[in-house]
Ligand binder design. Structure first.
Ligand code: SAH
Length: 236
């Protein structure tokens, strides 16, 4: 298992072609049973994924591969992973949502479209170059109320805690305890758990209303490593 990234090239597709590719992608995700909720469908149809890639990978925006973005080992995850995470989380209007690994900012934009102005999106990125890429993409598209933090996401973001939903978009050795602490009672967290060189288990963690923790496995996925404390100290 691994990803084959197509060779970089000068982009040639038009805005209409991208809109059509986006529509077809959403149709395919629905057919696959990965995309079900009306609000998530609407978000996937609205957010222009091609604005979150590097220019040299723009034409590949709707391929099922993670594409390189600025920063060490950073990628924009493949399209199907967003409904996979957000349907499992049952992300919905009004949720306060924390994302670990802002990457391109695409996941945060989709989440903001789902939670709406009554909800809130906070996203944390550890790599400065990646952080700057996410900030510029989100600013360009007018996502002004998404809070983007430069720092180690495994520590969470206590200032805005507790959260209804949390997602970790990098492979972690185990779910970082501070993130479980910052989850609301009745909240949900999704994370790839396992070694970065092998397929990981996508884990759904539920914090029940009485504080009990329930864990279930969704499917196998392949993500870049989570860095820093509670992550893999590969680059830090
Ligand atoms: N959600 C992103 C994809 C993220 S890829 C998107 O939609 O584009 C994983 C990202 O996690 C990388 O950008 C990597 O730099 C970041 N990352 C790794 N460890 C981290 C940590 N401890 N805290 C915050 N971000 C981290």
């Amino acid at each position: 298992m691994g990803w084959v990234v197509p060779p970089p090239k000068r982009p040639s597709k038009t805005a209409n072609e991208f809109t059509e590719e986006r529509r077809k992608k959403v149709e395919w995700l629905i057919q696959q049973g990965l995309l079900r909720s009306e609000q998530i469908i609407r978000a996937m149809l609205k957010v222009p994924r091609e604005e979150f890639t590097l220019e040299m990978y723009r034409d590949y925006a709707y391929l099922e591969v993670p594409l390189p973005i600025p920063g060490q080992g950073a990628t924009i995850s493949c399209p199907h992973s967003y409904p996979l995470f957000y349907e499992a989380l049952e992300l919905k209007i009004g949720d306060k949502f924390l994302e670990i690994g802002a990457g391109s900012g695409y996941g945060a934009a989709i989440a903001r479209e789902i939670v709406g102005s009554k909800g809130k999106v906070i996203t944390i990125e550890i790599d400065r170059k990646t952080y700057e890429f996410a900030v510029s993409n989100l600013q360009k598209l007018g996502y002004e109320d998404i809070l983007i933090i430069l720092g180690n996401g495994t520590l969470g973001y206590p200032a805005e805690a507790p959260y209804d939903k949390i997602c970790i978009t990098a492979a972690c050795p185990r779910i970082p305890p501070p993130l479980i602490d910052q989850l609301k009672m009745g909240g949900k967290l999704v994370a790839p758990v396992g070694h970065p060189n092998y397929p990981q288990d996508l884990i759904l963690l539920e914090k029940k209303l009485d504080g009990r923790i329930e864990i279930s496995s969704i499917e196998k996925v392949l993500y870049v490593p989570l860095k820093g404390k509670h992550g893999f100290n590969i680059y830090t």
